[in-house]
Structure formats: structure tokens, C-alpha cells
Ligand binder design. Structure first.
Ligand SMILES: Nc1nc2c(c(=O)[nH]1)N[C@H]1C(S)=C(S)[C@@H](COP(=O)(O)O)O[C@H]1N2
Ligand SMILES: [Mo]
Length: 547
């Protein structure tokens, strides 16, 4: 950094530049103190972080087309970029207000009051059922005000030596606080001496305290351990456990997608900026709306019910041809149909409108859930409680429907209603209301653009047509004849199936295409259709080189 005491750039006197630097530091640290302590309070109270709540609000009020463009552009980094953007704006505004606050602290306090109002506005509708939700915002406001008072006071100490020479810039208004403090300019000059040291120490102190608070606040919720945490939840066995999966579900081809997706590798899709971490002892599910007997159920009551198991492959409607937004699990849960029968669904209630703890909504056709398929209020995934990222402590899973119309994670509310009366989150944004999963198949082996030895080549992949079942998979090489692939075993019609085929190729470039036929006899159409509004179609094809 250049020495501001010996150099003057443009028309800005060096003292004013120093004032800007010191003021910016005051503003940045004030914002930091607010955010850090607010995170700590949110972590301690297990309530929503104000920054995340503001982020959610930004997503909510941004036009959906813009949100989708951002997701396209940023992919999985979209959430990080949004949160970083909000923090950057806060710090930027903080830096500007900080400079003004050196002369008029009221500017800083007004800024804090505005931030507090924005924070409260974001947090209140977010968790209307959580009385602790506003507390982090208020804690942040108080901590910010304290930090501002301390920092302004010591900043004036560091700026004082030359500051007595008269009015400057904005009219040189001096506040009473200026007058109260002892002048005593240090002989060593403006950039040294006790004034400066005092400011640096105060600033370092504020930075250390807010940094520690912020880090602690983010770590606390991930430590878990207490009653209600995921590690403390003991799942009962299913009333009628399923037999183990037949070994023949796995063809054992290297590079082929495993039949069971490990929980850690299961795709994650949701609108949540950070993974909600719910407490199972506080969780309840309300079933209401067009029902005869509305009720609420908590986790103890749910786990005391007769739970069932089901093998179900979930798929996201946004999955592109050849994409990997699908995963297969053995789920443990309570049949949604039994839950609805207990409530007594009234006629005309054609929509199950489910809401997650973070306010996302989902509309599922009532008749699909009631038609006898294994639609579940799930609590377990591959023998464990649901991971937080996949809906702990409870989510919906409905075989045969894309996730956005069926698979509400962190579900806390189920309302029976009419499609004509209420629209769910993605329906409001132009996606379909009824969205059965379309038949799809994928080539995993050889990997796209890989090199293999010429001669005999193994082709393998997966195909799905949930709740109809896959009858056949065909492949063709270099646009030749369609050839029937061999199918692995499946436990039922609600999962994907592995397929394998063999071919012989000469050295050179080759292509492989695949298509599946479901149990109704319908073959996947060749026509490429985009995921919007109800799922992609088209044959997956890959290229590889034999040598
Ligand atoms: N609360 C909540 N649940 C949700 C979503 C969401 O945004 N919020 N997204 C849905 C979508 S679009 C899909 S494809 C599945 C994905 O579930 P997974 O992340 O466990 O794979 O969750 C569904 N459930
Ligand atoms: Mo999805």
C-alpha cells in the first residue's frame, strides 16, 4: 500500500483518503460483527440464518426465467454465488456507510436499522411457526451497533492528529463525541502512536470475535448429537421386511451404474440455499384441507406405525437425455394412502399439496397416491435415517412420478385440495401439473469419448420406466441394426434396470444408441424434447474410439 502521508492523488487530500480507508474498515467490520453474531445465534437456536432467508426471498421475488438462466449459467454453484453476492452487497454498502459514519454515526445506525428491517422481513414469513426466527436478526443488530460505536470511537482516535485543522468535505460537522475525547496528538505522526494502535487493536478484536462467532454458528448445526438429531434417531424395522435384493440385479460390468445408489452419491435437487437440518423431536406433519378428520402426527407416533419397505428409483424432470439425475434406493416409510385414509379424503380433492419446512410446495394427484402403488412418507433410505440433504426426518416418495410433483423433502404439511384452486411451486413457474416419469435409457459403458480395444466390446447401461416396468432395451452401433440387450433382474416395476450387450468393432470411431420399451409396449421416441415442462425424450447416444 502507498504511503498516504507523502502522496496526494488527484484532488483528494491524503487525510480524506485515510478517512475513507479507516471508514471502510469500520463499515466492513460492523457488517461482519452483525453477520457473525447472527449466524451464531441462528446456530444456537437452530433457526434460519438471516442471510439464507434473504437469499430465499431474493429467489422468490426474482422472475423465474431469470432464476433458471442463473441456474443454467452457474449450475450447482448457483447457491454459493447468491449467498456470496448478498454478503458482498452488505459489505459494499457497509464500507460506504462506514466512511460517512465517522462524522455522523447516525448514518451507520440508520444503515443497521434498514438491514435489520430487511432481515426481519425475510425471516418472518420464512418460519412463521418458529418464534426464535427473528432473534438472530436482533442479535446481529445489537452486535453491529456495539461494534460501530466502538470502532467509530477508536477510528476518531486514529484520525484525530490532523483532524483539528478545520472543517472539511461534508461541512466538517463535529459530533459531541469528538469533543469529549482527549485530543493529545501523538508526536510520532498521524499513522503511528496510541491512536492508531488503539484502532488496530479494536478492529482486530471485533474481527476475531465476529469471525469466531460466524464459524461457530455454521459448525454448530452440523455437529448434531443431541436428542432429535439424525444420529440419535433409531429406525424400527419394517413390519414385513423385503427380502434382500437378488444378486442378479447387478451385472457386474465395470463402469456401470450400480443398482443401488449409495446415499452419499444420490443426486440432490432442491431450492434450499443450505440444507435444512431439522430436529426429529420437533417435527410434526399436519394433514388437513378437504378431509373429514384433520390430524397431526409426530415422529414417535409415525415410527410406532407399521412401516413398509419399497425399492424405488427417483428421477428429476430436469434430467437431460443421458443425464444422471436419477437414483435408486430401498426406502422405509408409512404408506401415504393409509395416512390419507386416516384423514378421510373428501370427494373432489384431486390434489395433495405438500409443503416442506422451508416453504417449497408440491402438488401430487390424489388418485395416483391412492391407486395401490408404494407411495410413501419415507423416513429411511438404504437402511439409514434419511440424510439431511434428502429430507430428514421425513419426505414423500411416489414411484412413477418425477420428484417435483411427488418427492417433498422435509415435509411438514399435507393439504388436500383441488388443482383448480391452488398451484404448487413449479406449476406456478410453468412446469407441468401431472408428470409421470417418461421411459428413458442410458449408455454408461463404454464411457462417452473413451478409447477401448478393437474387437469384442461390452456395452452396458441402465433404463427406467417406473411403475410400468422396462420390457426391452435395444442398442445399435454406427446406425446399424437394432440389437436386443440382456436385462438384469429387478425387484419390481418401480426401479431402473441394468442392461448389457456385446458387439464387435473395427479400429476407429463408433457410436452407440439405446432405446427402451416399457411394459405397455411403448418404445422411447427418437424425438429430442427438452425437459420443460414434463420431462425430456430422445435416444441417448455416445461415441467411442476403438484402437
Ligand atoms: N423441500 C423440497 N423438496 C423437494 C424439492 C425441493 O426443491 N424442496 N425438489 C424436488 C425435486 S425437483 C426432486 S427431483 C427431488 C430430488 O430429491 P433428492 O434431492 O433427494 O434426489 O426432490 C423433490 N423434493
Ligand atoms: Mo426435480
Amino acid at each position: 500500500m502507498t504511503d498516504v502521508t507523502t502522496e496526494t492523488r488527484g484532488n483528494t487530500p491524503p487525510r480524506d483518503r485515510r478517512r475513507v480507508v479507516v471508514g471502510s474498515v469500520v463499515g466492513l467490520l460492523t457488517v461482519g460483527a452483525s453477520l457473525g453474531t447472527a449466524e451464531l445465534a441462528a446456530g444456537l437456536l437452530r433457526t434460519v440464518s438471516p442471510v439464507i432467508a434473504v437469499g430465499d426471498t431474493v429467489v422468490d421475488i426474482t422472475p423465474p426465467s431469470l432464476v433458471e438462466a442463473a441456474i443454467d449459467l452457474l449450475g450447482r454453484a448457483d447457491k454459493v454465488v447468491l449467498v456470496a453476492g448478498i454478503i458482498a452487497v452488505l459489505l459494499g454498502v457497509g464500507a460506504v456507510l462506514g466512511t460517512a459514519s465517522l462524522r455522523r454515526p447516525v448514518v451507520g445506525y440508520t444503515g443497521l436499522a434498514v438491514f435489520t428491517a430487511v432481515g426481519l422481513a425475510a425471516v418472518l414469513p420464512h418460519r412463521s411457526d418458529d418464534p426464535g426466527a427473528p432473534v438472530p436478526v436482533l442479535v446481529g443488530a445489537v452486535a453491529g451497533a456495539l461494534a460501530l460505536a466502538l470502532l467509530v470511537r477508536s477510528a476518531r482516535g486514529t484520525l484525530r492528529p490532523e483532524a483539528d485543522s478545520g472543517p472539511q468535505g461534508m461541512g466538517g460537522s463535529r459530533t459531541p463525541a469528538d469533543a469529549e475525547e482527549a485530543p493529545a496528538p501523538p508526536a510520532a505522526g498521524p499513522d503511528r502512536g496510541p491512536g492508531r494502535r488503539g484502532f488496530v487493536l479494536t478492529a482486530a478484536g471485533v474481527l476475531a470475535v465476529s469471525g469466531t462467532a460466524g464459524v461457530l454458528g455454521r459448525l454448530l448445526p452440523t455437529l448434531g448429537g443431541g436428542a432429535g438429531s439424525r444420529s440419535a434417531l433409531a429406525l424400527p424395522p419394517a413390519a414385513n421386511p423385503l427380502p434382500p435384493l437378488p444378486a442378479a440385479t447387478e451385472l457386474g460390468v465395470p463402469g456401470l451404474t450400480p443398482f443401488t445408489t449409495p446415499n452419499r452419491e444420490f443426486y440432490r435437487i432442491d431450492t434450499a440455499l443450505t440444507v435444512p437440518r431439522l430436529d426429529s423431536t420437533r417435527w410434526t406433519l399436519r394433514v388437513h384441507g378437504m378431509v373429514d378428520r384433520p390430524f397431526e402426527i409426530d415422529m414417535d407416533e409415525l415410527l410406532a406405525e407399521e412401516l413398509v419397505e419399497a425399492d424405488i428409483t427417483m428421477t428429476c424432470v430436469s434430467n437431460q437425455v443421458g443425464g444422471d439425475l436419477a437414483g435408486n434406493s430401498r426406502w422405509l416409510g408409512f404408506p401415504l394412502a393409509d395416512l390419507l385414509r386416516r384423514a378421510g379424503v373428501q370427494s373432489g380433492a384431486d390434489q395433495i399439496l405438500s409443503t416442506s419446512d422451508d416453504g417449497w410446495t408440491c402438488g401430487t394427484p390424489t388418485e395416483v397416491v391412492m391407486d395401490g402403488r408404494d407411495a410413501l412418507l419415507a423416513v429411511g433410505m438404504n437402511g439409514e435415517p434419511l440424510p439431511h440433504a434428502h429430507g430428514y426426518p421425513a419426505r414423500m416418495v411416489v414411484p412413477g412420478l418425477y420428484g417435483f410433483v411427488s418427492a417433498t423433502k422435509w415435509v411438514t404439511d399435507i393439504k388436500l385440495t383441488r388443482f383448480a384452486d391452488e398451484q404448487a411451486y413449479w406449476a406456478q413457474r410453468g412446469w407441468a401439473v401431472r408428470a409421470p416419469i417418461k421411459t428413458m435409457s442410458r449408455v454408461d459403458v463404454p464411457a462417452p469419448l473413451s478409447r477401448v480395444d478393437a474387437g469384442e466390446v461390452v456395452l452396458a447401461g441402465v433404463a427406467w420406466a417406473q411403475h410400468r416396468g422396462v420390457d426391452a432395451v435395444e442398442v445399435r452401433v454406427d446406425g446399424g441394426e437394432w440389437q436386443r440387450a440382456e436385462l438384469a433382474a429387478v425387484p419390481g416395476i418401480d426401479t431402473w434396470v441394468q442392461w448389457v450387450a456385446e458387439t464387435t468393432v473395427e479400429p476407429g470411431q463408433h457410436s452407440v444408441e439405446v432405446r427402451a420399451t416399457d411394459a405397455t409396449g411403448a418404445t422411447q421416441p427418437a424425438e429430442r424434447v427438452d425437459p420443460v415442462p414434463d420431462g425430456a425424450t430422445g435416444w441417448h447416444s455416445i461415441r467411442f474410439t476403438a484402437e
